[in-house]
Design a protein around this ligand. Structure first.
Ligand code: GLY
Ligand code: MN
Ligand code: MN
Length: 482
Protein backbone atom coordinates (compact mmCIF):
# COMPACT_ATOMS: atom_id res chain seq x y z
CA UNK A 1 0.00 0.00 0.00
CA UNK A 2 1.34 3.44 -0.81
CA UNK A 3 0.50 6.36 1.38
CA UNK A 4 0.16 9.59 -0.51
CA UNK A 5 -0.50 13.10 0.65
CA UNK A 6 -3.94 13.75 2.20
CA UNK A 7 -6.50 15.08 -0.22
CA UNK A 8 -9.33 17.34 0.80
CA UNK A 9 -11.96 15.16 -0.90
CA UNK A 10 -14.66 14.23 1.64
CA UNK A 11 -16.27 10.78 1.47
CA UNK A 12 -19.80 10.81 0.12
CA UNK A 13 -21.37 10.09 3.55
CA UNK A 14 -19.51 12.87 5.35
CA UNK A 15 -21.95 15.31 6.90
CA UNK A 16 -24.66 12.69 7.39
CA UNK A 17 -25.86 11.96 10.91
CA UNK A 18 -23.83 9.51 13.05
CA UNK A 19 -25.77 6.27 12.51
CA UNK A 20 -27.89 4.89 15.36
CA UNK A 21 -26.66 1.31 15.17
CA UNK A 22 -29.86 -0.17 16.58
CA UNK A 23 -31.72 1.33 13.61
CA UNK A 24 -29.41 -0.09 10.95
CA UNK A 25 -30.73 -3.55 10.00
CA UNK A 26 -27.53 -4.51 8.18
CA UNK A 27 -25.57 -3.85 11.34
CA UNK A 28 -28.02 -5.57 13.71
CA UNK A 29 -28.08 -8.61 11.41
CA UNK A 30 -24.31 -8.65 11.32
CA UNK A 31 -23.74 -8.35 15.05
CA UNK A 32 -26.61 -10.56 16.14
CA UNK A 33 -25.20 -13.81 14.81
CA UNK A 34 -22.09 -15.89 14.56
CA UNK A 35 -21.30 -16.05 18.26
CA UNK A 36 -20.46 -19.25 20.03
CA UNK A 37 -22.75 -19.81 23.01
CA UNK A 38 -21.04 -19.31 26.37
CA UNK A 39 -22.17 -20.55 29.74
CA UNK A 40 -21.09 -18.55 32.75
CA UNK A 41 -21.67 -19.85 36.25
CA UNK A 42 -22.46 -17.38 39.04
CA UNK A 43 -19.50 -16.69 41.29
CA UNK A 44 -20.99 -18.05 44.50
CA UNK A 45 -19.11 -19.46 47.49
CA UNK A 46 -19.97 -23.07 48.43
CA UNK A 47 -22.71 -23.15 51.07
CA UNK A 48 -24.26 -19.84 49.98
CA UNK A 49 -27.57 -21.36 48.85
CA UNK A 50 -28.10 -23.35 52.04
CA UNK A 51 -27.26 -20.39 54.27
CA UNK A 52 -29.62 -18.09 52.36
CA UNK A 53 -32.43 -20.67 52.51
CA UNK A 54 -32.06 -20.91 56.25
CA UNK A 55 -32.08 -17.11 56.58
CA UNK A 56 -35.32 -16.97 54.55
CA UNK A 57 -36.83 -19.62 56.78
CA UNK A 58 -36.01 -17.56 59.88
CA UNK A 59 -37.50 -14.43 58.37
CA UNK A 60 -40.55 -16.33 57.13
CA UNK A 61 -41.25 -17.65 60.62
CA UNK A 62 -41.19 -14.14 62.06
CA UNK A 63 -43.50 -12.64 59.39
CA UNK A 64 -46.34 -15.12 58.81
CA UNK A 65 -48.98 -14.02 56.33
CA UNK A 66 -46.99 -11.05 54.97
CA UNK A 67 -45.63 -10.67 51.48
CA UNK A 68 -42.03 -9.47 51.75
CA UNK A 69 -40.03 -7.65 49.15
CA UNK A 70 -36.26 -7.05 48.92
CA UNK A 71 -34.04 -5.70 46.16
CA UNK A 72 -30.34 -5.85 45.31
CA UNK A 73 -30.47 -2.22 44.13
CA UNK A 74 -28.54 -0.60 41.33
CA UNK A 75 -25.26 1.28 41.23
CA UNK A 76 -25.57 5.04 41.56
CA UNK A 77 -24.75 7.13 38.50
CA UNK A 78 -21.42 8.90 38.64
CA UNK A 79 -21.97 11.03 35.58
CA UNK A 80 -23.74 10.56 32.26
CA UNK A 81 -23.70 6.78 31.69
CA UNK A 82 -20.79 6.04 34.05
CA UNK A 83 -21.81 4.20 37.21
CA UNK A 84 -20.11 3.67 40.52
CA UNK A 85 -19.18 0.05 41.18
CA UNK A 86 -22.22 -2.01 42.13
CA UNK A 87 -22.46 -3.61 45.56
CA UNK A 88 -25.69 -5.46 46.37
CA UNK A 89 -27.83 -4.55 49.38
CA UNK A 90 -26.74 -6.56 52.42
CA UNK A 91 -30.22 -7.65 53.55
CA UNK A 92 -30.95 -8.91 50.04
CA UNK A 93 -27.65 -10.81 49.94
CA UNK A 94 -28.34 -12.33 53.35
CA UNK A 95 -31.64 -13.74 52.06
CA UNK A 96 -30.55 -14.84 48.59
CA UNK A 97 -26.76 -15.05 48.24
CA UNK A 98 -27.32 -13.25 44.94
CA UNK A 99 -25.26 -10.22 43.94
CA UNK A 100 -26.88 -9.55 40.55
CA UNK A 101 -27.56 -5.86 40.00
CA UNK A 102 -31.27 -5.07 39.74
CA UNK A 103 -32.44 -8.41 41.17
CA UNK A 104 -35.56 -8.58 43.37
CA UNK A 105 -36.75 -11.15 45.92
CA UNK A 106 -40.45 -11.70 46.51
CA UNK A 107 -41.45 -13.89 49.44
CA UNK A 108 -45.20 -14.45 49.06
CA UNK A 109 -47.08 -15.65 52.06
CA UNK A 110 -48.83 -19.01 51.93
CA UNK A 111 -50.23 -21.14 54.73
CA UNK A 112 -47.29 -22.33 56.79
CA UNK A 113 -44.61 -20.13 55.25
CA UNK A 114 -43.57 -18.25 52.14
CA UNK A 115 -42.80 -19.02 48.51
CA UNK A 116 -39.65 -17.27 47.37
CA UNK A 117 -39.04 -16.16 43.79
CA UNK A 118 -35.90 -14.35 42.70
CA UNK A 119 -36.32 -11.98 39.75
CA UNK A 120 -33.09 -11.31 37.88
CA UNK A 121 -32.51 -9.06 34.85
CA UNK A 122 -31.79 -11.26 31.86
CA UNK A 123 -28.34 -10.64 30.39
CA UNK A 124 -28.33 -8.93 26.99
CA UNK A 125 -26.90 -11.53 24.67
CA UNK A 126 -26.32 -11.72 20.89
CA UNK A 127 -29.64 -11.04 19.15
CA UNK A 128 -30.82 -8.51 21.82
CA UNK A 129 -30.24 -4.90 20.90
CA UNK A 130 -28.95 -4.32 24.46
CA UNK A 131 -26.09 -6.70 23.63
CA UNK A 132 -24.25 -3.86 21.92
CA UNK A 133 -26.22 -0.78 23.03
CA UNK A 134 -26.50 -1.14 26.83
CA UNK A 135 -23.18 -0.22 28.42
CA UNK A 136 -24.39 -1.28 31.86
CA UNK A 137 -25.70 -4.77 31.04
CA UNK A 138 -24.85 -5.64 27.42
CA UNK A 139 -22.44 -8.56 27.27
CA UNK A 140 -20.42 -6.78 24.58
CA UNK A 141 -19.64 -4.13 27.22
CA UNK A 142 -19.52 -6.01 30.48
CA UNK A 143 -18.56 -9.50 29.38
CA UNK A 144 -20.51 -12.74 29.53
CA UNK A 145 -22.86 -13.01 32.50
CA UNK A 146 -24.60 -15.89 34.25
CA UNK A 147 -28.04 -16.74 32.87
CA UNK A 148 -31.19 -17.29 34.90
CA UNK A 149 -30.96 -21.08 34.73
CA UNK A 150 -27.42 -20.98 36.14
CA UNK A 151 -28.52 -18.68 38.97
CA UNK A 152 -31.39 -21.05 39.81
CA UNK A 153 -29.02 -24.00 40.11
CA UNK A 154 -26.37 -22.09 42.06
CA UNK A 155 -28.82 -20.62 44.57
CA UNK A 156 -31.41 -23.42 44.61
CA UNK A 157 -34.28 -21.01 44.30
CA UNK A 158 -36.97 -20.32 41.71
CA UNK A 159 -35.66 -17.68 39.31
CA UNK A 160 -37.75 -15.63 36.88
CA UNK A 161 -36.78 -12.82 34.52
CA UNK A 162 -37.14 -9.39 36.10
CA UNK A 163 -39.55 -8.43 33.32
CA UNK A 164 -42.04 -10.96 34.74
CA UNK A 165 -42.31 -8.96 37.96
CA UNK A 166 -44.49 -6.41 36.18
CA UNK A 167 -47.27 -9.01 36.01
CA UNK A 168 -47.35 -9.17 39.81
CA UNK A 169 -47.64 -5.48 40.56
CA UNK A 170 -51.17 -5.59 41.91
CA UNK A 171 -50.25 -8.55 44.11
CA UNK A 172 -47.41 -6.52 45.61
CA UNK A 173 -49.71 -3.68 46.65
CA UNK A 174 -49.14 -3.14 50.35
CA UNK A 175 -46.31 -5.70 50.57
CA UNK A 176 -43.79 -5.19 53.34
CA UNK A 177 -40.91 -3.73 51.38
CA UNK A 178 -37.36 -3.34 52.62
CA UNK A 179 -35.86 0.11 52.02
CA UNK A 180 -34.05 -1.25 48.98
CA UNK A 181 -37.39 -2.19 47.40
CA UNK A 182 -39.82 0.56 48.35
CA UNK A 183 -40.06 1.84 44.77
CA UNK A 184 -41.27 -1.58 43.57
CA UNK A 185 -44.47 -1.80 45.58
CA UNK A 186 -47.48 0.52 45.64
CA UNK A 187 -48.72 2.00 48.87
CA UNK A 188 -45.63 1.17 50.86
CA UNK A 189 -46.09 1.82 54.55
CA UNK A 190 -42.92 3.48 55.85
CA UNK A 191 -43.46 2.12 59.35
CA UNK A 192 -43.79 -1.44 58.05
CA UNK A 193 -40.61 -0.95 56.04
CA UNK A 194 -38.74 0.23 59.11
CA UNK A 195 -40.12 -2.69 61.11
CA UNK A 196 -38.97 -5.16 58.44
CA UNK A 197 -35.49 -3.59 58.43
CA UNK A 198 -35.38 -3.87 62.20
CA UNK A 199 -36.39 -7.56 62.10
CA UNK A 200 -33.75 -8.38 59.52
CA UNK A 201 -31.11 -6.54 61.56
CA UNK A 202 -32.04 -8.53 64.67
CA UNK A 203 -31.98 -11.84 62.78
CA UNK A 204 -28.62 -10.98 61.23
CA UNK A 205 -27.03 -10.53 64.67
CA UNK A 206 -26.72 -14.28 65.16
CA UNK A 207 -24.22 -15.62 62.65
CA UNK A 208 -24.53 -19.26 61.57
CA UNK A 209 -21.53 -21.52 60.99
CA UNK A 210 -21.31 -20.64 57.31
CA UNK A 211 -21.31 -16.91 58.04
CA UNK A 212 -18.66 -17.37 60.73
CA UNK A 213 -16.55 -19.21 58.14
CA UNK A 214 -16.94 -16.28 55.75
CA UNK A 215 -15.94 -13.82 58.47
CA UNK A 216 -12.90 -15.95 59.31
CA UNK A 217 -11.81 -15.82 55.66
CA UNK A 218 -12.33 -12.07 55.55
CA UNK A 219 -10.20 -11.66 58.69
CA UNK A 220 -7.49 -13.99 57.36
CA UNK A 221 -7.31 -12.02 54.10
CA UNK A 222 -7.13 -8.83 56.16
CA UNK A 223 -4.18 -10.15 58.16
CA UNK A 224 -2.47 -10.79 54.81
CA UNK A 225 -3.27 -7.20 53.85
CA UNK A 226 -1.61 -5.85 57.01
CA UNK A 227 1.45 -7.87 56.07
CA UNK A 228 1.48 -6.42 52.53
CA UNK A 229 1.10 -2.88 53.87
CA UNK A 230 3.87 -3.21 56.50
CA UNK A 231 6.29 -4.41 53.82
CA UNK A 232 5.58 -1.26 51.79
CA UNK A 233 6.32 1.16 54.65
CA UNK A 234 9.93 1.94 53.59
CA UNK A 235 8.78 2.79 50.07
CA UNK A 236 5.87 4.82 51.44
CA UNK A 237 8.27 6.85 53.60
CA UNK A 238 10.77 7.33 50.80
CA UNK A 239 8.47 8.41 48.01
CA UNK A 240 6.09 10.85 49.75
CA UNK A 241 2.28 10.74 49.90
CA UNK A 242 2.88 7.46 51.66
CA UNK A 243 -0.55 7.25 53.31
CA UNK A 244 -2.09 7.07 49.83
CA UNK A 245 0.41 4.45 48.74
CA UNK A 246 -0.39 2.23 51.71
CA UNK A 247 -4.14 2.76 51.28
CA UNK A 248 -3.75 1.67 47.66
CA UNK A 249 -1.63 -1.30 48.69
CA UNK A 250 -4.35 -2.56 51.02
CA UNK A 251 -7.17 -1.87 48.57
CA UNK A 252 -5.37 -3.80 45.82
CA UNK A 253 -4.87 -6.69 48.22
CA UNK A 254 -8.55 -6.57 49.23
CA UNK A 255 -9.72 -6.52 45.63
CA UNK A 256 -7.43 -9.43 44.75
CA UNK A 257 -8.20 -11.66 47.74
CA UNK A 258 -11.81 -10.59 48.27
CA UNK A 259 -14.47 -8.35 46.80
CA UNK A 260 -12.59 -5.22 47.93
CA UNK A 261 -12.17 -3.12 51.06
CA UNK A 262 -15.19 -3.45 53.36
CA UNK A 263 -15.12 0.31 54.06
CA UNK A 264 -12.85 3.19 53.15
CA UNK A 265 -9.36 2.19 54.26
CA UNK A 266 -7.89 4.41 56.97
CA UNK A 267 -4.14 5.06 57.02
CA UNK A 268 -3.10 7.86 59.38
CA UNK A 269 0.49 8.76 60.13
CA UNK A 270 1.43 10.93 63.15
CA UNK A 271 -0.98 13.88 63.43
CA UNK A 272 -3.47 12.12 61.14
CA UNK A 273 -3.71 9.04 63.37
CA UNK A 274 -6.06 10.73 65.89
CA UNK A 275 -8.49 11.68 63.12
CA UNK A 276 -11.09 8.95 63.52
CA UNK A 277 -11.91 8.28 59.89
CA UNK A 278 -8.84 9.60 58.10
CA UNK A 279 -9.72 8.28 54.65
CA UNK A 280 -8.30 11.31 52.81
CA UNK A 281 -4.87 9.77 53.27
CA UNK A 282 -3.04 12.59 51.56
CA UNK A 283 -0.11 12.79 53.98
CA UNK A 284 3.41 11.48 54.14
CA UNK A 285 4.30 8.50 56.29
CA UNK A 286 6.55 10.06 58.91
CA UNK A 287 9.49 7.83 59.83
CA UNK A 288 9.32 8.41 63.60
CA UNK A 289 5.55 8.54 63.99
CA UNK A 290 2.99 5.92 64.89
CA UNK A 291 0.94 4.76 61.93
CA UNK A 292 -2.71 3.88 62.46
CA UNK A 293 -4.04 1.27 60.02
CA UNK A 294 -7.80 0.54 60.08
CA UNK A 295 -8.42 -1.91 57.25
CA UNK A 296 -10.81 -4.72 56.36
CA UNK A 297 -11.15 -7.09 53.44
CA UNK A 298 -14.71 -7.75 52.31
CA UNK A 299 -14.83 -11.38 51.17
CA UNK A 300 -16.42 -12.32 47.85
CA UNK A 301 -19.51 -13.32 49.84
CA UNK A 302 -19.52 -9.66 51.08
CA UNK A 303 -18.81 -10.46 54.75
CA UNK A 304 -16.19 -8.02 56.00
CA UNK A 305 -13.42 -7.77 58.57
CA UNK A 306 -12.63 -4.53 60.42
CA UNK A 307 -9.22 -4.53 62.10
CA UNK A 308 -6.97 -1.77 63.44
CA UNK A 309 -3.38 -1.83 64.55
CA UNK A 310 -1.13 1.12 65.34
CA UNK A 311 2.45 0.42 64.35
CA UNK A 312 5.74 2.30 64.66
CA UNK A 313 6.86 3.12 61.11
CA UNK A 314 10.47 2.85 62.30
CA UNK A 315 9.99 -0.49 64.06
CA UNK A 316 10.26 1.09 67.55
CA UNK A 317 7.68 3.13 69.48
CA UNK A 318 8.78 6.35 71.19
CA UNK A 319 8.21 6.34 74.98
CA UNK A 320 5.06 8.51 74.59
CA UNK A 321 3.66 6.33 71.78
CA UNK A 322 4.35 3.22 73.85
CA UNK A 323 2.64 4.66 76.94
CA UNK A 324 -0.51 5.41 74.96
CA UNK A 325 -0.37 2.02 73.24
CA UNK A 326 -0.02 0.25 76.61
CA UNK A 327 -3.02 2.06 78.09
CA UNK A 328 -5.19 1.30 75.08
CA UNK A 329 -4.03 -2.32 75.18
CA UNK A 330 -5.06 -2.60 78.83
CA UNK A 331 -8.48 -1.14 78.00
CA UNK A 332 -8.79 -3.55 75.10
CA UNK A 333 -8.02 -6.58 77.25
CA UNK A 334 -10.43 -5.39 79.96
CA UNK A 335 -13.15 -5.07 77.33
CA UNK A 336 -12.44 -8.49 75.83
CA UNK A 337 -12.71 -10.14 79.25
CA UNK A 338 -16.36 -9.12 79.42
CA UNK A 339 -17.38 -10.81 76.22
CA UNK A 340 -19.37 -13.99 76.71
CA UNK A 341 -23.00 -15.07 76.34
CA UNK A 342 -25.46 -13.60 78.79
CA UNK A 343 -23.35 -10.53 79.60
CA UNK A 344 -24.88 -7.16 78.69
CA UNK A 345 -23.53 -5.89 75.38
CA UNK A 346 -22.32 -2.62 76.92
CA UNK A 347 -20.30 -4.28 79.69
CA UNK A 348 -17.20 -4.42 77.49
CA UNK A 349 -17.59 -0.70 76.87
CA UNK A 350 -17.82 0.15 80.57
CA UNK A 351 -14.85 -2.09 81.45
CA UNK A 352 -12.64 -0.50 78.80
CA UNK A 353 -13.73 3.01 79.78
CA UNK A 354 -12.82 2.39 83.41
CA UNK A 355 -9.25 1.63 82.34
CA UNK A 356 -9.08 4.62 79.98
CA UNK A 357 -10.45 7.07 82.54
CA UNK A 358 -8.13 5.70 85.24
CA UNK A 359 -5.10 6.06 82.97
CA UNK A 360 -6.00 9.58 81.91
CA UNK A 361 -6.51 10.51 85.56
CA UNK A 362 -3.06 9.14 86.46
CA UNK A 363 -1.60 11.32 83.71
CA UNK A 364 -3.33 14.37 85.16
CA UNK A 365 -5.57 14.85 82.16
CA UNK A 366 -8.93 14.61 83.93
CA UNK A 367 -10.29 17.69 85.71
CA UNK A 368 -12.52 15.45 87.90
CA UNK A 369 -12.30 12.11 89.73
CA UNK A 370 -12.47 8.87 87.76
CA UNK A 371 -15.90 8.10 89.22
CA UNK A 372 -17.24 11.48 88.26
CA UNK A 373 -15.88 11.14 84.74
CA UNK A 374 -17.40 7.68 84.36
CA UNK A 375 -20.83 8.79 85.57
CA UNK A 376 -23.46 9.47 82.90
CA UNK A 377 -23.29 13.22 83.58
CA UNK A 378 -19.47 13.34 83.38
CA UNK A 379 -17.75 11.64 80.45
CA UNK A 380 -14.84 14.10 80.41
CA UNK A 381 -12.48 11.27 79.39
CA UNK A 382 -14.42 10.92 76.16
CA UNK A 383 -12.78 14.12 74.90
CA UNK A 384 -9.93 11.80 73.92
CA UNK A 385 -12.18 8.98 72.70
CA UNK A 386 -15.39 10.50 71.40
CA UNK A 387 -16.52 7.49 69.34
CA UNK A 388 -18.00 4.06 69.97
CA UNK A 389 -15.56 1.30 70.81
CA UNK A 390 -17.26 -1.63 69.12
CA UNK A 391 -20.12 -2.76 66.91
CA UNK A 392 -21.64 -5.84 65.32
CA UNK A 393 -19.80 -7.04 62.24
CA UNK A 394 -21.06 -9.07 59.29
CA UNK A 395 -22.18 -8.23 55.78
CA UNK A 396 -21.83 -4.58 56.80
CA UNK A 397 -18.94 -3.15 58.74
CA UNK A 398 -21.45 -1.55 61.11
CA UNK A 399 -23.77 -4.53 60.91
CA UNK A 400 -27.38 -4.77 62.06
CA UNK A 401 -27.63 -0.99 62.23
CA UNK A 402 -31.43 -0.90 62.03
CA UNK A 403 -31.82 -2.74 65.33
CA UNK A 404 -33.08 -0.52 68.13
CA UNK A 405 -31.20 0.32 71.31
CA UNK A 406 -33.01 -2.38 73.28
CA UNK A 407 -32.14 -5.01 70.62
CA UNK A 408 -28.49 -4.03 70.44
CA UNK A 409 -26.74 -1.93 73.10
CA UNK A 410 -29.39 -2.77 75.69
CA UNK A 411 -29.41 -6.53 75.04
CA UNK A 412 -27.31 -9.40 76.39
CA UNK A 413 -24.70 -11.00 74.15
CA UNK A 414 -25.45 -14.38 72.61
CA UNK A 415 -23.21 -17.05 71.14
CA UNK A 416 -22.95 -16.47 67.39
CA UNK A 417 -22.57 -12.70 67.61
CA UNK A 418 -19.51 -11.29 65.86
CA UNK A 419 -18.43 -7.84 66.99
CA UNK A 420 -15.44 -5.54 67.13
CA UNK A 421 -13.67 -4.28 70.23
CA UNK A 422 -11.79 -1.10 69.39
CA UNK A 423 -10.80 1.24 72.17
CA UNK A 424 -8.42 4.04 71.33
CA UNK A 425 -6.95 7.32 72.49
CA UNK A 426 -6.78 10.27 70.19
CA UNK A 427 -4.53 13.19 71.12
CA UNK A 428 -4.77 15.71 68.36
CA UNK A 429 -1.75 17.76 67.30
CA UNK A 430 -3.60 20.99 68.23
CA UNK A 431 -4.96 19.76 71.58
CA UNK A 432 -3.68 22.22 74.18
CA UNK A 433 -4.94 20.12 77.11
CA UNK A 434 -2.27 17.46 76.72
CA UNK A 435 1.52 17.71 77.12
CA UNK A 436 3.49 18.31 73.92
CA UNK A 437 4.85 14.75 73.76
CA UNK A 438 1.29 13.35 73.52
CA UNK A 439 0.15 15.76 70.80
CA UNK A 440 -0.25 14.03 67.48
CA UNK A 441 -0.39 10.51 68.95
CA UNK A 442 -3.43 8.42 68.07
CA UNK A 443 -3.77 4.73 68.90
CA UNK A 444 -6.66 2.39 68.14
CA UNK A 445 -6.55 -1.36 68.65
CA UNK A 446 -9.41 -3.16 66.96
CA UNK A 447 -10.11 -6.89 66.93
CA UNK A 448 -12.94 -8.92 65.47
CA UNK A 449 -14.44 -11.17 68.12
CA UNK A 450 -16.80 -14.14 67.97
CA UNK A 451 -19.00 -14.79 71.00
CA UNK A 452 -18.71 -18.54 71.64
CA UNK A 453 -20.94 -20.69 73.88
CA UNK A 454 -18.56 -20.22 76.83
CA UNK A 455 -16.64 -17.02 76.11
CA UNK A 456 -15.14 -15.46 73.04
CA UNK A 457 -12.64 -16.04 70.27
CA UNK A 458 -10.52 -13.25 68.80
CA UNK A 459 -10.65 -13.91 65.08
CA UNK A 460 -7.88 -11.42 64.35
CA UNK A 461 -5.42 -12.68 66.99
CA UNK A 462 -2.80 -13.46 64.33
CA UNK A 463 -1.88 -9.78 64.58
CA UNK A 464 -0.07 -9.00 67.87
CA UNK A 465 -1.63 -6.37 70.09
CA UNK A 466 1.04 -5.72 72.74
CA UNK A 467 3.69 -3.08 72.00
CA UNK A 468 6.62 -5.53 72.07
CA UNK A 469 4.80 -7.95 69.80
CA UNK A 470 3.80 -5.17 67.40
CA UNK A 471 7.40 -3.91 67.20
CA UNK A 472 8.69 -7.44 66.52
CA UNK A 473 6.01 -8.00 63.88
CA UNK A 474 6.89 -4.72 62.14
CA UNK A 475 10.64 -5.36 62.22
CA UNK A 476 10.19 -8.80 60.69
CA UNK A 477 8.35 -7.17 57.78
CA UNK A 478 10.83 -4.30 57.45
CA UNK A 479 13.68 -6.81 57.42
CA UNK A 480 15.23 -5.19 60.49
CA UNK A 481 14.48 -7.92 63.06
CA UNK A 482 17.44 -8.60 65.37
N1 GLY B 1 -13.40 1.27 60.36
C1 GLY B 1 -14.59 1.72 60.93
C2 GLY B 1 -14.75 1.24 62.29
O1 GLY B 1 -13.81 0.80 62.88
O2 GLY B 1 -15.81 1.19 62.81
MN1 MN C 1 -12.18 -0.15 61.97
MN1 MN D 1 -14.90 -0.89 63.74
Amino acid sequence: MTVGPRTSVRPPYAGTRYPRLAEVPAFTDMIGQGWQEQTVLPDVEPGTAEAAASHRARLSASHPGRTLLFAAGTAPTRNDDAQYAFRADSGFVWLTGCQAEGAVLVMSARPGGHDAVLYIPEPFRPGDSGFFSDAAHGELWVGPSAGLAEWAVALQITVEPLSALKGRRSELRGAHAARSATDLAHEVDAELSAELERSVSILRMMKDDWEIGQLRSAVDATVGGFDAVAREVPRAIAEGLGERWLQGTFDRHARTFGNGPGYSTIVGSGPHAPILHWVRCDGDVLPDAALLLDMGVEARSLYTADVTRTIPASGAFSPAQRAVHDLVERAHRAGLEQIRPGVEYLDFHFAAMEVIAGGLHDWGLLPVSVDEALSPHGQQHRRYLACGIGHHLGLDVHDCSQAHYEDYMGAPLQAGVVMTVEPGLYFHAHDLTVPPELRGVGVRLEDDVLVTPHGSEVLSEALPIDADGVERWVRERLGTAA
